[in-house]
Design a protein around this ligand. Structure first.
Ligand SMILES: [Zn+2]
Length: 578
């Protein structure tokens, strides 16, 4: 028994530093798995051996390697090709990587994962890449839908991006009146904080040129005081209960949720994501998709509403679940507006705004304090959306207060976006051990919006260099649908700070390829308290990895986003293959 034990330990490659990293019980899992399989398979041998690769492990104890062995769902050995070949037995699958690059599976810490919108709704912009569309194409798509829809029902368009329009002007109420005067029409900006309405929708909601703005949002007007049709943030709630919406039977709804979830999972692995933090979504559908074997990525489920309330009531805290579906932080509790749609709360007004406009705060300090305290007392990792410096300040005040009135260790309060920082905010984030998840793909995808902020402010936005220098474990948060989720597009933007149009903004925040990979892997694992089981290619950790056709360290930095994903592997299983 002793000898057997010793042998297995050697075989697992669990020596020195690696054993220390496994305090969470993953060694036990790996052993249990080997035990179960040992009737069928010789435990000395791996299920999968990958060799002849350029492996960036993101594990400081062995940063580069040529090969690794996988047993069950975990890495059991990482090292040279010659050493690793010792794990090849009769039933072992082998993969000669032919000097391709392998990195840990990418982790996206903020994603709205709207699979059923992608599958079933009218999509008026490109969800994944930079692509310009015409206003006429938007009108056409929505008209086609209106023709099939009874009068009075909503006609919705999704994934609109106001700076990816060939007409180079704002979409307006008159455009949408061309879709229909019988149906309420809404075009949702992909950023999620602004929407564009036709006259019918405004009329049904009782909004006219005399309707005053309220706290948390605006009904935009042109220079003559007429409504433009653009409505921002919270005041859009006036549209909630007007007009008719398509209804579905419970069976139809369940089927759409399942198929949507399975669909988005396929998209994630296509781009190399093996873990994604979901902002809510249908939890039942998620479990069914997993049961059907169609969940290809791991989910940190960030709950709100009924599920969050049920967690609080029933004592379900962050960390409950398993390595495929686990309750993580809360979903983002919104404190201010949007970066891309220029409604985030700034201490200085937007460049050129007249009258001076400083964005929208959508929450009072008292309400925010109470919400954070309640969640923290329930043992749930709080997570708030804060973009502007004013909102981040409010949020930190609430997090600091919660640590005073309901202190807990290792909370890692999450800051979704954390876009515009300053030295004081950095100091407070570090002191709290808070974990920001800033935008990743924006530097490449959204340079056409940065002039609204100006270069000085952009030097403090998506401030990955500042976070690293201050010892803050920033992670990657694509915020899909607002941003594309492709991790390689994100990495390119972090490294170059240059957009699709060739403009560079805030070059002082550039980071290295290695740092960008860490942010997209191990820091993502840290963000959900899972760094002991994933985020690096380390013996004992989950075998989540991506095979890349080229090495992001050596290709032209402006081509990182174009590197082909050859394979995405989650838990030792190939989930995507080119
Ligand atoms: Zn979001």
């Amino acid at each position: 028994m002793n000898r057997h034990h010793h042998t297995r330990r050697d075989f697992l490659g669990l020596t020195g530093a690696n054993v220390i990293g496994l305090a969470s019980g993953s060694l036990l899992d790996a052993v249990a798995f080997a035990e179960k399989k040992s009737a069928d398979f010789d435990p000395r041998y791996a299920d999968l051996v990958v060799f002849n690769a350029k492996i960036y492990t993101v594990d400081p104890s062995i940063p580069k390697a040529e090969a690794f062995a996988v047993k069950g769902s975990r890495f059991i050995f990482v090292g040279s090709t010659a050493e690793t070949k010792a794990f090849i037995g009769k039933g072992t699958r082998t993969f000669d990587a032919k000097q391709m690059t392998i990195v840990p599976g990418f982790i996206d810490c903020h994603n709205h994962a709207d699979g059923n919108i992608l599958l079933y709704e009218v999509i008026v912009g490109n969800p994944y890449e930079v692509e310009f569309v015409t206003i006429a194409s938007i009108i056409d798509k929505l008209r086609a839908k209106a023709r099939k829809t009874p009068a009075g029902f909503w006609i919705d368009g999704y994934f609109f991006d106001d700076t990816k329009v060939k007409d180079s002007r704002q979409l307006n109420v008159h455009d949408l009146d061309q879709v229909s005067t019988e149906h309420p029409v809404c075009v949702h900006h992909r950023g999620g904080h602004t929407s564009f309405y036709n006259s019918k929708a405004l009329e049904l909601a009782g909004v006219n040129k005399h309707t005053p703005n309220r706290m948390g949002g605006t009904y935009d007007r042109d220079e003559n005081g007429e409504l433009t049709g653009r409505v921002t943030d919270r005041v859009r709630d006036v549209f909630n209960n007007v007009g008719k919406c398509e209804t579905f039977t419970p069976e139809q709804k369940a089927q759409r949720d399942r198929d949507g979830m399975a669909y988005i999972s396929k998209q994630f692995v296509r781009y190399g994501l093996t873990s994604v933090h979901h902002e809510g979504g249908d939890f039942f559908a998620l479990q069914q998709v997993r049961a059907r074997g169609e969940l290809l990525h791991r989910v940190s489920f960030e709950s709100s509403g009924d599920i969050l309330e049920a967690m609080i009531r029933n004592g379900i805290s962050t960390g409950f679940g398993d390595e495929w579906i686990r309750f993580g932080a809360t979903s983002e509790h919104t404190v201010d507006g949007s970066f891309s749609e220029r409604t985030m709360a700034l201490s200085q007004p937007y460049a050129g705004s007249n009258p001076p406009y400083s964005g929208n705060i959508t929450e009072t300090q008292n309400d925010l304090n109470a919400w954070v305290e309640r969640v923290q007392r329930a043992g749930i990792q709080p997570n708030c959306h804060a973009n502007g410096d004013v909102a981040i300040d409010m949020l930190l005040t609430a997090y600091e207060r919660a640590q005073q009135v309901a202190p807990r260790s290792d909370v890692r309060p999450k800051i979704t976006h954390c876009t515009l920082i300053n030295d004081d905010l950095l100091r407070r984030i570090k002191a709290l051990g808070a974990v920001p998840a800033p935008f990743t793909t924006y530097a490449y995808y959204n340079p056409d919006k940065f002039h609204f902020y100006g270069e000085e402010r952009m030097q403090h936005c998506m401030a990955y260099r500042s976070f690293l220098e201050n010892g803050i474990r920033a992670a990657a948060g694509s915020d899909f649908s607002p941003g594309p989720f492709a991790p390689l597009m994100g990495i390119q933007g972090m490294v170059t700070r240059t957009g699709w149009n060739g403009e560079t903004w805030g070059a002082n925040q550039r980071i290295s390829v290695d740092e960008a990979i860490q942010i997209n892997t191990i820091n993502g694992a840290y963000n959900s308290h899972e760094e002991s089981i994933k985020g690096s290619i380390t013996p004992g950790k989950l075998a989540d990895f991506v095979v890349l056709a080229d090495d992001p360290h050596t290709v032209n930095k402006d081509k990182i986003k174009d590197i082909e994903i050859i394979q995405t592997v989650t838990g030792g299983s190939t989930m995507y293959e080119k």
